[in-house]
Design a protein around this ligand. Structure first.
Ligand SMILES: [Zn+2]
Ligand SMILES: [Zn+2]
Length: 341
């Protein structure tokens, strides 16, 4: 079978590998669509593990099932989570499934940018979900990123106030859609790329801020919202100025959700008293998605409550994965790039 072997953001080669053999309790999945995630192009995070096959936003069909798999059969359309929790440990029992040790050590093989992947037994148990009939493979690849967004907003408690999203990539757009679903009163999106801000408007943002052209972002935000800072700020960008803008834009009593990873070795540029003294501000993070959020995301896709197909800017065959990685790493001329093996 063919795989897209990742060496760096500029070097992704089509290589051959044997189709994985499956053992008891495992599934062989034929990948039909596989999304490139912002985290896939975080080169500093990947550099020490290369070469490897990336890809964790996968949708496909079951090509074969091994002995002991009773719940699924050949031909079913599924998505598969790459990381799955144990559902039993200290963290899982406390609802923090995504920081479970098992979740951090599990994965399917060799990775989503491949014609076939082997789903280990524990992934079959806790990380395989059927795709609803009216959801396409490419839409279903959004179950994982949308699941991460649902988890983040649940933890942050985006009720009905002002939501400020910093960064208008795919996760920013998904946050925008989920915040609208949660009946946010006003949603403002900031980015440095004008094209993406136009897109955010199309996706229903009440206001946008071009961060490259705005000196004082919190003041600009207040102008849009009628005088208030944000109840919830969601950081979906890794650049240092984005973090500063996020921390400066939260209202008293509000919450800052650190959703995306930052640049390598980034530090918090904050004055503790400015941020926390007499403010009752909360800063929190969320990571990944658990089974609950995958199921919820698929349901929202099926009910057409979130529109994801409008975010797909490129569909490429596996042999053009390198082009896809370049597009996502650059970020200016693409939103979601889907590889179709
Ligand atoms: Zn992802
Ligand atoms: Zn656990």
């Amino acid at each position: 079978m063919r795989v897209a072997m990742y060496y760096s953001n500029k070097k992704v080669r089509t290589e051959k590998m044997p189709v994985p053999k499956i053992k008891r309790g495992e599934i062989l999945m034929e990948v039909k669509a596989s999304g490139i995630c912002g985290s896939d192009v975080m080169e500093w995070y990947r550099a020490h593990k290369v070469p490897l096959v990336l890809g964790h936003e996968v949708a496909g069909r079951i090509a074969s099932v091994a002995k002991g798999v009773r719940k699924y059969k050949v031909g079913e359309r599924i998505i598969a989570a790459h990381h799955v929790p144990c559902m039993r440990c200290h963290y899982c029992r406390a609802g923090h499934h995504t920081v479970c040790d098992t979740l951090r050590s599990t994965n399917f093989y060799p990775g989503g940018f491949s014609e076939f992947i082997r789903l280990p037994a524990i992934n079959v148990k806790y990380g395989v979900f059927r795709i609803p009939k009216n959801v396409s493979y490419e839409e279903a690849t959004f179950a994982e990123p949308a699941g991460c967004v649902l988890r983040g907003q649940r933890l942050a408690g985006t009720q009905k106030g002002i939501v400020f999203i910093v960064g208008a990539g795919v996760s920013g757009m998904l946050h925008l859609e989920v915040a609208r679903l949660h009946k946010a009163k006003c949603i403002v999106v900031a980015d440095v790329v004008e094209k993406k801000l136009k897109m955010a408007k199309r996706f229903g943002a009440d206001g946008v801020i071009n961060a490259a052209k705005t000196k004082n972002i919190p003041e600009r935000l207040k102008k849009i919202t009628g005088g208030r800072l944000a109840n919830v700020v969601i950081l979906c960008a890794s650049a240092k100025p984005a973090l500063r803008a996020a921390l400066g834009s939260v209202d008293r009593g509000g919450t800052v959700l650190i959703f995306s990873a930052a640049e390598k070795n980034a530090a918090m540029p904050l004055s503790v008293n400015d941020i926390f003294w007499r403010t009752e501000v909360k800063i929190l993070s969320s990571y990944a998605a658990g089974p609950r959020e995958h199921i919820q995301a698929l349901r929202l896709l099926s009910e057409k409550k979130i529109n994801v197909s409008g975010m797909i800017t490129h569909r490429l065959p596996l042999t053009e994965a390198e082009k896809g990685f370049k597009l996502v790493a650059d970020g200016r001329n693409s939103l979601k790039v889907i590889i179709e093996p």
